[in-house]
Design a protein around this ligand. Structure first.
Ligand SMILES: *Cc1c(COP(=O)(O)O)cnc(C)c1O
Length: 380
């Protein structure tokens, strides 16, 4: 009997105890934000990664918007960021009136090229946003040095980069702000959720105010002030404590989740090595300063045509492989606002990346089957 495996691109992992999380939060009588589980999650991140202060948000998009507010972006300020990223990296600053200046990636890694950043800095530049694609660190020493020299704020979009490191330093802890996502497609999740890490001492207090709709309510709850009111700009960025309770369960299993995801990554990588050695595809390049955190697995093919054929071939064998990131600089929305520079490496990654199914519950035999089908594609 012929049997085709059906392997989705992502399958969120619900621990058996998931329902307990909702029950516990409801039992504690806390469903609004900034409740006991929100604080437990924040303490976990601060203690494990040494972030100065963390605030749970409803998404990484929200954490980025908070970073935009805290950076005091004014209309006309320039923000340098990669074009090869998710739209939220850009929208958060565009919403504050920033002029977006898109930089190209490195030739061999889909991370921002520091040389490009250096060339794009002007007297109007206010901030640099970097994205650690696939959890693989950007060249943070060089980027922080450019920022110091030009007095710029650095925001790390670490949506892929939880539990990954640059020269031993946790990603998201190096720039002024780090932003994380707990969307269903990330290493750990609560459906929709995020985190802002505030590493800049000067904005620690203000971050909490922006988070609480521009009020000093958080300080009021701690008994530091006897009434609370409107003290600054802000919005509602707090997730329900029910979601924090769900996330907290995953935090308690973080070692186990990460261990398994990294093992999946290593299995894909070592099984595909012989295919790379034949020159048929390129595996991810991991610089010596970077770590692998099992965020996703991708490889690149020589052309867009071949990539399209590969995706169709894999799907015909039940494997939901996908491409990644249409460049922002040439998007429908931004094309006429872009300054016209070519970003060839961004275009190439966008044309040539294949992302393979990747999730906690993926079985070794499924990985083996996927790799076998990748090999069969080249042998047809
Ligand atoms: C997923 C992702 C986001 C957005 O995260 P949400 O939590 O869904 O808002 C932002 N940036 C990057 C690089 C992402 O991958």
């Amino acid at each position: 009997m012929l049997f085709t495996m059906q392997i989705p691109f992502n399958k969120p992992y619900f621990p058996r105890t998931s329902m307990m999380a909702f029950y516990r939060a409801a039992k504690a009588g806390s469903m609004a934000g900034n409740g006991p589980y929100t604080r437990k999650c924040q303490r976990f991140f601060e203690e494990r990664y040494g972030f100065r202060k963390t605030l749970m948000t409803t998404s990484c998009t929200d954490a980025l918007e908070m970073a935009g507010l805290l950076t005091n972006i004014e209309p006309g300020d320039e923000v340098i960021l990669p074009s090869f990223t998710f739209v939220s990296t850009a929208n958060a600053f565009l919403l504050r009136g920033a002029k977006l200046v898109f930089a190209d990636t490195l030739p061999d890694i889909p991370n921002i090229n520091p040389k490009q950043i250096e060339a794009l800095v002007t007297s109007r530049t206010k901030a640099i946003v970097v994205v650690h694609y696939c959890g693989i660190a950007c060249e943070m020493d060089r980027i922080m040095e450019i920022a110091r020299k030009n007095n710029l704020v650095v925001i790390e979009d670490a949506a892929h980069a939880l539990d990954s490191f640059y020269n031993g330093k946790p990603l998201g802890s190096i720039g002024h702000y780090g932003t994380f996502s707990f969307h269903e497609t990330k290493n750990i999740f609560c459906g929709e959720g995020g985190l802002l890490a505030v590493n800049d001492a000067a904005s620690e207090k203000r971050a909490e105010i922006v988070w609480e709709k521009g009020t000093n309510r958080a300080a009021f709850y701690r008994g530091e002030v006897d009434k609370y009111g409107w003290v600054d700009k802000g919005s509602s960025f707090l997730p329900s404590d029910v979601l924090a309770s769900f996330l907290y369960l995953q935090l308690k299993m973080l070692e186990k989740i990460q261990g398994k995801r990294i093992a999946h990554w290593n299995r894909y990588n070592s099984l595909l090595k012989p295919v790379e050695e034949k020159g048929l595809l390129k595996l991810p390049v991991i610089p010596s300063f970077a770590t692998v955190n099992g965020n996703m697995f991708y490889f690149t093919l020589p052309s867009r045509e071949e990539r399209e054929k590969m995706l169709i071939f894999l799907r015909s064998h039940g494997i939901m492989a996908v491409f990644h990131y249409l460049p922002l600089h040439s998007s429908t929305f931004f094309l006429d606002k872009h300054d016209g520079r070519e970003l060839p490496f961004t275009d190439r990654f966008s044309d040539c990346i294949v992302r393979l199914p990747f999730y906690y519950g993926l079985k070794n035999r499924e990985i083996d089957y996927i790799v076998e089908m990748v090999g069969r594609f080249f042998n047809q």
